[in-house]
Design a protein around this ligand. Structure first.
Ligand SMILES: [Zn+2]
Length: 725
């Protein structure tokens, strides 16, 4: 493939810089004059790095909208007829044929599509069709085709439904490689890690006895247990397995029993497996009643399984899976021991409705713990209920109340979005926007108290601590065996008014501390300079609009104004959801609470939801006062690129005449207090939620290794990875 000319490269830089904005006429003309081959080159230069990013569909949408406006080529006209998934795949296919994407890119795109597709029949058939083509393309262009192709399939984890088709096509294309291709028959096993719904199919198809070595090699502890349980289910009525010392011994006996009983068919339902044991447990054990809360035993299938088969493995390790939030995006951390699985947070991105990675253990986990009510930590929990989770959700009672407000609000928004379908991920909207799932989640929400210890499964004890991020936010210390894991959740070590200037008391003695490090890479910060700027702007302005997040920041700013006497001397109003939350938090203030704006809006300070000015009351006020230079807009917190707030701050919207000021009010620790905490923590540290870094990750990793960071050794886990302690 030809390398792009400097002219094309230059154009791609220009286009990347203005992907959401209008494109200059000069640039448009230059693009129209390109040959079709040059247009492909340009397209891939723009999209390559973005397309394999986390927000694939969103990026594709943006790219597609801007690109279809400028290209107008024959190729894109055909592509326009396809739906979004097809378009992504076709782009990827073309990208590989043209050599602008490599195998690694292909893997990440395909894995992304599999992991995020919640509509298996439709998506997987489509993806498989493309994959078969691409694998044949790879296999025929490689020196060592079949082996490499097979290892790639294993890595991707193609669902079993696609294997027959794949195998047949590959055999037809490479008839001489018949022997090598036989290895493909073993591949479906690797799939069950990601797709629990295929386990029955896999178990049915495979000769279990001969495949144990393969199973052990390819899949993790949870998936192995799940398959094993499916197998055990065959003879629960005939055979009560005793406790075994090791996995080896257990499997050996399992095989003997299986042969003796000549078992061929497998009962697939979970219930059939658990039911015989409920009777036995009620007669012989009181352990469930030792739980800190009363839970009817029949509602705890995961717990019962563990009691019925107390040990499938005697290894005392804790595995921590980063299903989300490793660096950016929604949070989701699965903590897994030999006997239990608990999930901390399972969030939803409000921007693109993305949810964390799936894990096959999720529907049967023992418990869910929420650090706080923000949707990027709690928003996808209703989805877990739709997928068969029937256990409990734990968190502070404030988190329960705030979740109820935030979730019903997001439901409404999603239902609006769903009535105007935009792309093929609509299936997810449907599930996430179902009120019944939210209702179920809130019904199963059990408030727990900070500082108290809860034994939640036979081998997990958990202790919540106030995290001072927003009202009701917790950090959790999980203890199993003699090991401790801390997850701070979103945390704030800076003194703030909402928590009366006190520091959160979070334990420092864990073997692993997973720490919210949003501002780790940012410069140190001086809160008194910030306060001065806030008060000074207020005293000099006729009208002030403070757009802030409705939960947390809005109340924090209100308390600042209260403590400074500003609510006494000025009319301060808290609008919309922000006022609802302030009432719920029991704030004592002279400010006014209002559901909607009462005109005229003059000599007034208004705090309203919608910190980035994407919509809501704050946006309305900003539009209304657009021409008035005597109005000040005080922005605070994180402003995502290209939101109106971001554009105002960076002077990109000259038609807005108001005075724009930025005061940093964040609910996350500033870098100085965060580093202080990190250096006082014992054991291993894992930094999650890393925001923008002043240094690139490689430099950071090097300095970390050399101990130059001054906070001791730390890990920066990536999305989908796990840490074992
Ligand atoms: Zn948060």
């Amino acid at each position: 493939m030809n390398t792009p000319s400097p002219h094309i490269k230059e154009l791609s830089v220009t286009l990347k810089g203005c992907i959401d904005l209008s494109i200059e006429k000069k640039t448009q003309e230059a693009i129209h004059n390109l040959s079709i081959d040059e247009k492909y080159q340009l397209y891939w230069l723009i999209s390559k790095t973005k397309l394999v990013d986390h927000d694939l569909f969103e990026v594709e949408n943006t790219l597609w909208n801007s690109i279809k406006g400028i290209f107008n080529s024959e190729y894109l006209q055909t592509v326009q007829l396809l739906d979004q998934q097809d378009r992504v795949l076709t782009f990827v296919e073309i990208g590989i044929f043209l050599d602008y994407l490599d195998i690694e890119d292909f893997r990440s795109v395909v894995r992304y599509l599999y992991t995020h597709s919640l509509e298996p029949e439709i998506t997987i058939t489509k993806i498989n069709g493309k994959i078969v083509n691409l694998l044949i393309f790879f296999a025929s262009s490689d020196e060592n085709p079949i082996e490499k192709t097979i290892s790639m399939i294993r890595f991707i984890g193609i669902p079993p439904a696609g294997f027959d088709e794949l195998n047949q096509k590959l055999l037809a294309t490479f008839p001489k490689q018949k022997k090598a291709l036989e290895a493909i028959n073993e591949l479906p096993i690797s799939v069950c890690q990601k797709y629990p719904e295929y386990i029955p199919e896999i178990v049915e198809k495979l000769e279990y006895d001969s495949n144990i070595p393969i199973l052990k090699q390819w899949i993790d502890h949870n998936a192995l247990n799940n398959i094993t349980k499916q197998k055990i289910a065959q003879f629960t009525n005939k055979w009560n397995p005793p406790d075994y010392e090791s996995n080896e011994e257990f499997f050996k006996n399992l095989l003997v029993q299986r042969k003796e009983n000549q078992i061929v068919s497998i009962p697939l339902s979970h219930e059939a497996f658990v039911k015989p044991f409920i009777k036995k447990l009620k007669a012989s054990t009181v352990r469930t009643s030792e739980l800190p809360i009363t839970i009817p035993t029949e509602l705890l299938p995961g717990y019962l399984e563990k009691l019925a088969y107390p040990i499938l493995s005697k290894e005392k390790i804790i595995e921590i899976f980063f299903l989300g939030g490793a660096q950016i995006g929604t949070m989701g951390i699965l903590i897994s021991t030999s006997q239990s699985n608990i999930l901390i947070d399972y969030g939803l991105s409000v921007a693109n409705y993305q949810i964390p990675f799936w894990h096959e253990a999720l529907p049967n986990i023992d418990a869910i713990f929420l650090t706080h009510a923000h949707l990027d930590h709690s928003g996808a929990v209703p989805f877990l209920f739709s997928q068969g989770y029937s256990g409990y959700v734990f968190g502070s009672s404030m988190t329960k109340q705030l979740s109820s407000i935030l979730l019903s609000d997001s439901q409404k928004l999603m239902q609006q979005n769903f009535s105007t379908p935009v792309n093929s991920s609509d299936y997810r909207f449907k599930i996430l926007s179902q009120e019944s799932n939210v209702y179920q989640m809130l019904e199963r929400f059990i408030p727990i108290k900070s500082g108290e210890e809860y034994q939640i499964t036979p081998d997990i004890t958990i202790k919540p601590f106030n995290a001072h991020h927003i009202q009701g936010s917790y950090s959790y210390q999980v203890e199993s065996g003699n090991k401790k894991v801390l997850f701070t959740g979103d945390v704030n070590f800076d003194p703030c008014a909402l928590f009366r200037g006190k520091m959160p008391k979070i334990p420092k003695d864990s073997d692993l501390s997973i720490v919210d490090s949003t501002y780790y890479g940012q410069p140190a910060f001086d809160p008194s300079a910030r306060d001065n700027l806030l008060f000074q702007t207020i005293s000099e302005s006729k009208r002030v609009i403070i757009p802030a997040f409705s939960v947390g920041r809005a109340q924090e700013i209100l308390l600042k104004l209260e403590n400074e006497g500003i609510t006494k001397n000025h009319k301060v109003t808290l609008l919309g959801m922000a006022s609802k939350v302030a009432r719920l938090s029991g704030l004592v203030t002279k400010a006014h609470f209002s559901d909607r704006l009462i005109q005229p809006f003059d000599n007034e300070i208004i705090i309203a939801g919608g910190g980035m000015l994407n919509g809501g009351h704050a946006r309305k006020l900003v539009e209304e006062t657009k021409a008035d230079p005597e109005t000040s807009i005080i922005l605070c917190g994180y402003l995502a690129k290209n939101t109106l707030a971001y554009r105002l701050l960076h002077g990109l919207e000259p038609s807005y005449k108001q005075q724009i000021v930025y005061t940093r009010f964040s609910a996350h620790s500033s870098s100085n207090t965060l580093k202080k905490f990190l250096s006082s923590v014992k054991g291993m540290k894992a930094l999650v939620h890393l925001g923008e870094l002043t240094k690139d990750p490689f430099t950071l990793a090097k300095e970390n290794k050399r101990g130059q960071l001054g906070v001791g050794p730390m890990q920066i886990p990536h999305l989908g990875s796990k840490i074992i302690i």
